[in-house]
Design a protein around this ligand. Structure first.
Ligand SMILES: *[C@@H]1O[C@H](CO)[C@@H](O)[C@H](O)[C@H]1NC(C)=O
Ligand SMILES: *[C@@H]1O[C@H](CO)[C@@H](O)[C@H](O)[C@H]1NC(C)=O
Ligand SMILES: *[C@@H]1O[C@H](CO)[C@@H](O)[C@H](O)[C@H]1NC(C)=O
Ligand SMILES: *[C@@H]1O[C@H](CO)[C@@H](O)[C@H](O)[C@H]1NC(C)=O
Length: 327
């Protein structure tokens, strides 16, 4: 008797587990139904709908949900390092009408704190609703085997591009899935990278110019891969980049343009913009060229420009791209 009861127990347990989803609880009045790092129930009880309050908190309120935004959306896929990252997790909440960078809560976690140029360009300087799937990662180099990043977990430009081309469930949107129906006409790709490659290698022996050529060769083969993802139609690219390296960069850009005549390409010269502002900081409203961490400083910390600097970058990029779909 006892032994048969014991064998029955696991079966009973299994049945309970199987029936659990059918009696799944719905969220009651004013309960949380969505928000950053909320993984609970999202369906409200009858007569209530899930109302967005902030990126951190949505709750069930009485009534019927207003129609969801169904107007036109354009897409932006930024790649790069801490100057660009907003700490987007591509397998979590995707860009949406409330938060054009998806997650974390706007303006994301950035190198200098607060908004960076991605935040400004998607919320302030945008001329359309533009969703940014931001693959940039703090500390990134172009190829971790060529210049090791400060931590082995850092995703290089190669890793970022591989993530984009990877499976949807791992955060890859190259296949234009239903969640992210981008087209060659409405997608913009951008890369701002190089500082970590140069900072992590300038002191090495060997011909630095030859090494710059190796880095740029890889950089532009990655650009070519991104362009290939768009298909042969009208294609767009924004390149955002950093003296020997930059003149070589210009040469690579010229051949990239020549090889991709259908690709619209903009170059935003970050080196010149930094140099101009830092040569005459007060003209731009900054205290001086070197202070950091306080209101009125160009720098947020000893490496990253702060939000006031990023606001200028965003305006400058928007001016460069004036008349385009996005900004
Ligand atoms: C990204 O989001 C997923 C949930 O979709 C979570 O499991 C994962 O831990 C997150 N990754 C990071 C690095 O936070
Ligand atoms: C700019 O983006 C924000 C956030 O998505 C959106 O609310 C706003 O309508 C956009 N501006 C234009 C002119 O489309
Ligand atoms: C990265 O650099 C290593 C070392 O030079 C090289 O073997 C590898 O092919 C490079 N990866 C890519 C994707 O270019
Ligand atoms: C260093 O490399 C550059 C670029 O490849 C090349 O033009 C130059 O001749 C090289 N310099 C020396 C001293 O080998």
């Amino acid at each position: 008797m006892f032994s048969s009861l014991l064998t029955l127990l696991p079966t009973t347990t299994l049945l309970l587990a199987a029936s659990a989803p059918a009696v799944r609880a719905q969220v009651g009045a004013y309960g949380q139904c969505a928000g950053y790092e909320y993984f609970g129930e999202t369906t409200c009880v009858s007569g209530y709908y899930c109302s967005y309050e902030s990126d951190y908190f949505s709750q069930c309120v009485p009534g019927t949900a207003p129609p969801a935004y169904s107007g036109p959306v354009n897409y932006w896929f930024p790649f790069g390092d801490s100057y660009t990252t907003t700490s987007f997790n591509a397998t979590y909440l995707l860009p949406n009408i409330h938060n054009p960078i998806g997650n974390p809560p706007f303006p994301g976690y950035t190198g200098g704190g607060g908004e960076n140029y991605v935040g400004y360009l998607t919320e302030v300087d945008n001329t359309s609703v533009t969703f940014a799937y931001n693959y940039a990662y703090g500390g990134a180099t172009i190829n971790a085997s060529l210049v090791a990043p400060y931590l082995p977990t850092v995703l290089s430009l190669i890793d970022q591009v591989n993530e984009f081309f990877g499976p949807v469930e791992d955060g890859g949107y190259a296949s234009k899935p239903a969640s992210t129906p981008w087209t060659s006409e409405n997608a913009l790709f951008s890369v701002w990278i190089g500082i970590n490659d140069l900072a992590g290698s300038y002191y090495e022996s060997g011909n630095r110019s030859a090494f710059a050529e190796v880095l740029l060769g890889e950089y532009f083969s990655l650009m070519q891969e991104l362009i290939a993802a768009e298909g042969p139609a009208a294609q767009q690219a924004l390149q955002v980049v950093l003296e020997d390296f930059n003149s070589r960069l210009a040469t690579h850009v010229a051949s990239f343009k020549a090889a991709n005549s259908g690709v619209k390409t903009w170059i935003w010269d970050a080196y010149t913009v930094f140099t101009n502002i830092l040569a005459d900081p007060t003209a731009y409203g900054f205290v001086d060229a070197t202070s950091y961490g306080n209101t009125g400083d160009f720098w947020a910390n000893n490496f990253h420009p702060g939000p006031a600097a990023h606001a200028i970058f965003a305006k400058d990029i928007a001016t460069l791209m004036a008349g385009s779909l996005w900004f």
